[in-house]
Design a protein around this ligand. Structure first.
Ligand SMILES: *Cc1c(COP(=O)(O)O)cnc(C)c1O
Length: 218
């Protein structure tokens, strides 16, 4: 199936209120344009330099989401244009985003990445830190950052019970802080596990290989 057909199929298989982020990392601009032409406007990338190169070349009504781990010293390159940074997992990064947003006279939207997977390799803020994070008055101290929600990645496994339990943990945190912290986005679910994520309250899924095909990292 073509990229356009895959996107149509995906939109039909998820509830209307769930936002689809087309994860286009490693893919050429021509592939992204195929998605753009049938109306896709949100693209997810995991490297600042690659995202910036695509932003420069592509139409300016695209919303660029940084979904990968971000090094503090790279924030300045995307600060002029990034729409949403999904993987904020430490205060130091939040402070730098606030600083760079201020330099650009704007407010940058972010999500807090929560460590929900059991494997050690995944990034994210431990659950206990997330709780104390929301107890501090982030919006008052960092006026150029707006925390819109939470993001999580489940363990890469065929064990659906485990993946469900991890998404359920994330959903519980989201519900807990939704009103007090004015959260509206729960970013969870990828090609392999988006159905389980949607069953656990996901409002934003990040889908790459099911839209653009397998990635080739050579
Ligand atoms: C690559 C990536 C995705 C998309 O993964 P697929 O399995 O190709 O859908 C989603 N989220 C993050 C954080 C990623 O790095």
């Amino acid at each position: 199936m073509s990229i356009a057909e895959n996107i149509v199929r995906f939109r039909e298989s998820i509830p209307d209120q769930v936002t689809l982020v087309a994860v286009s990392k490693t893919k050429p601009v021509s592939d992204l344009m195929e998605a753009y032409e049938i109306g896709q406007r949100i693209f997810g990338e995991n490297k600042v330099q690659e995202m910036t190169e695509k932003w420069e070349q592509m139409p300016k009504d695209i919303k660029w989401h940084m979904i990968g781990h971000v090094q503090t010293n790279k924030v300045k390159y995307m600060a002029p244009y990034v729409d949403l940074i999904h993987a904020v997992d430490r205060l130091k990064l939040l402070k730098e985003i606030d600083k760079q947003a201020k330099e650009n006279n704007r407010v940058i939207n972010v999500l807090i990445q929560v460590k929900i997977a059991r494997e050690d390799s995944k990034f994210g803020m431990p659950v206990s830190e997330v709780i104390s994070f929301f107890d501090e008055k982030i919006s008052e101290n960092y006026p150029h950052v707006r925390v819109l929600g939470l993001m999580g990645m489940a363990t890469f496994t065929d064990n659906e019970d485990q993946v469900s339990a991890e998404f359920e943990l994330l959903e519980g945190l989201f519900i807990r802080f939704r009103e007090s912290a004015k959260l509206s986005i729960l970013s969870s679910g990828m090609s392999g596990d988006y159905k389980l994520a949607v069953n656990h309250g996901s409002t934003m899924i990040r889908v790459g290989s099911s839209i653009f095909g397998e990635r080739n990292y050579n």
